[in-house]
Design a protein around this ligand. Structure first.
Ligand SMILES: [Zn+2]
Length: 171
C-alpha cells in the first residue's frame, strides 16, 4: 500500500522537513552545527526538488519558570539575561562568546531539577558568573540588581569583592 512520497517510520533519522518554498518533503540536511553556546543545533537544509536552501534551529522545549519577587511567575527569558549581561560587559575586555556561554550556563541551571527558579536566584547566578569574568561588569550588574541607593553601597560591595579575592590582587 505504500506510495512514492510516504514517510518512512523505520528509521529515527528519517525526519524530513517540508520545503518552505515548494512544500515538498524531499529535503535533506547539508550541514549541522552547534549554536547558542551549545544550547541549540543549527541545520542548513536543501530542497531536492526546487533547490531552495533554508535554516532550522533545534532547541530543547523545556522552559524554566521564573518566580518574581511579587510572587508572579513568567517564562525564563534568555534575551532578558543577555541584555543584562551585555549591559554589564559593554566595552569590557572579555573573550568573544562570553555572553553566549554565560547565558547557556544560566539557562541550563534554570532548567535543572523542577525548572523553577526565583528571580533572586537568577540574579545571584549572573553575579556569580560575572564575578569570575570581570570585576567592573560584576559591580555594574550588582549596582542595578541590588538597587544601590548611593555611593556607600557601591563601596561596600567593592570592598566585599576585594575580600573575596584571597589576596590575588590585580593592579
Ligand atoms: Zn522546494
Amino acid at each position: 500500500m505504500s506510495t512514492g512520497g510516504s514517510v518512512s517510520f523505520g528509521s529515527t533519522l528519517s525526519c524530513t522537513m517540508r520545503c518552505p518554498l515548494c512544500a515538498t518533503e524531499d529535503t535533506r540536511v547539508i550541514d549541522s552545527r552547534p549554536a547558542e553556546g551549545g544550547g541549540a543545533i543549527r541545520r542548513r537544509r536543501e530542497c531536492l526538488v526546487c533547490g531552495d536552501r533554508f535554516t532550522t534551529f533545534e532547541r530543547p522545549v523545556i522552559v524554566a519558570t521564573v518566580v518574581k519577587r511579587s510572587g508572579r511567575s513568567e517564562a525564563f527569558d534568555r534575551e532578558k539575561i543577555r541584555r543584562g549581561l551585555e549591559f554589564a560587559l559593554a566595552d569590557r575586555p572579555v573573550p568573544e562568546g562570553t555572553v553566549d556561554d554565560i547565558v547557556a550556563r544560566i539557562e541550563a541551571s534554570a532548567r535543572a531539577g523542577s525548572a523553577l527558579v526565583t528571580s533572586e536566584e537568577l540574579g545571584k547566578a549572573v553575579l556569580a558568573e560575572l564575578r569570575n569574568v570581570d570585576e567592573v561588569a560584576y559591580l555594574r550588574f550588582a549596582s542595578v540588581y541590588k538597587e544601590f541607593q548611593g555611593a556607600s553601597d557601591f563601596e561596600r560591595e567593592a570592598a566585599a569583592l576585594e575580600q573575596g579575592n584571597d589576596g590575588a590582587s590585580v593592579s
